[in-house]
Design a protein around this ligand. Sequence first.
Ligand code: ADP
Ligand code: MG
Length: 351
Amino acid sequence: MTQKIVAQAHGRVNLIGEHTDYNGGWVLPTSIPQYTEIVLEKRNDQKVQLISERKESKREYIYNLGEEIPTDSWVDYLQGITKFLAPLPCGFNVHISSNIPEGSGLSSSAALEMSFLKALKELFELPHTATDLALLGQKVENEFVGARVGIMDQMATSLAQENEAIFLDTLDLSFERVSLPMEEMDLLVINSGITHRLSSADGGYNQRRAECEEAAKICGAKFLRDVTLEDLKSKDLHPQLIKRARHVISENSRVKEAVLAIKNKNLPRLGELFYASHASMRDDFEVSIPEIDLLVNLASQNKNVYGARLTGGGFGGSVVIITKKGTKEEVARELIPRYEKETGSKGTVLV
Ligand code: ADP
Ligand code: MG
C-alpha cells in the first residue's frame, strides 16, 4: 500500500496588533476553526500532481520537480515550495480540500502553504522547525507568487492550535502561546462586503509604510518599535507622521496589554483595548472606512459584546468581535440586518 500523509493548517484572524509587523512590532493572531487539509501520496517518478477540490475548472495541474514555472494561479503557492525545497527525492500526488474562504483576510494562502509543508516535512522527514516552515512560506509568497507579505500569517498558520493566540515578536520571531478563555468568550468575525476599496488599499499601504519608515528615521531608529511617545514629542515631525507613529507605538503597547488581559481572563479590559485599537486605526492611522466604523459602533451597542475592531490592513475587510460566551449568533443576527439596511452592503459571518 502506498504511504498516505494527511496534514492540516488552520486559518487565522489577528486579534490585535495592526500595521505593527513592518515596524518590527508585535502581533496577536489566533487560529480559526476553518482549515485546509492536504493528502500526500508518494509517486515512483519525479512528477507532482496537484488537485484542489475547490477549483472547478483548473482543479488539476502536473509538473516535474525542478521545472516549476509561475502560472499566476493557485498552483504557484505549491510550486514555489517544491522549488525552494529542491532537491526532493521523488514526486507525489497532492489532494487539497479547504473550508477557509479565499481572499477574505483569513489567510487561506498561508494555510495552503503550511499544510503542504507540514505534509512534506512528515513524508521526507525534513529537519525544518515550525518557524523555518513559516519563513519558507513567506519566501514563496514574496519571491515566487509575487505578493509582498509579512511573517504573521505563516507563523500563525504554522503554529496556532485551537483556542490559542500567538504573541509574536515580528522582529526576532520569538513567540509565546497564549490560551484564550474560550469558556468565557466567543470570537466573531464579520466581513463588511467591501474588499480593499479602489486602489486605495495598495497605495494606502505603501504610503503608510513609507511614513512609518520616515518617522522612525527622524527619531534615529531603524523601527518604530524602538521609538517612544516621548521621543515623538522631542522631535520636529510633521503632524501626519506623528499620528502614524503614535498608532504604531500605542498599538504595540496594546498588544502587550491584551496578552495580560487574556491571561487574567479580564475580557472587559480586552474589549477596551479592542475599541482603543480601532479608534487609533481610524483616527491616527486612517485606514478604516465608514462601513467598518459602523460595524464596530453597532457591535459596541450590544450588551453581549466586550469589544470590536477592524482586523487586517484596512480600507475594507472585516471586524473581529469578542462576545460573551454563547452569544455570537445572537450578536450577528442583531447586527448584520442593521448594517445592511444602513449601508446597502452585504455583511457575512466568516467565523
Ligand atoms: P487570503 O490568504 O487572505 O485568503 P490571498 O489572496 O493571500 O488571500 O490568497 C488567496 C489565494 O490562495 C487564492 O486565490 C488561491 O490562489 C490560493 N488558495 C487558497 N486556498 C486554496 C485552496 N484550497 N485551493 C487552491 N488554492 C487556494
Ligand atoms: Mg494570504
